[in-house]
Design a binder for this molecule. Structure first.
Ligand SMILES: [Zn+2]
Length: 66
């Protein structure tokens, strides 16, 4: 699964604020994600995140969807 800075991802688990969508702020061995609903930021290991991602939504740059 390819996930990059600027992408928006949808997780399987819902954040307490009610949103499932996160913006990717930093990529690497650990990813930094920001909750779209409440702005809360987390650090999460790549493997753990990949297990929890349901889908990658259209990012800002480089999206070929459509
Ligand atoms: Zn939230």
């Amino acid at each position: 699964m390819e996930i990059h800075v600027g992408d928006r991802i949808r997780m399987k688990k819902q954040h307490p604020c009610g949103s499932r969508e996160w913006d990717v702020l930093r990529e690497g061995a650990d990813f930094r994600l920001k909750c779209v609903g409440c702005g809360h930021q987390i650090m999460i290991a790549r493997k753990l995140m990949e297990r929890n991602v349901r889908e990658v939504l259209a990012g800002g740059a480089g999206s070929e969807k459509g």
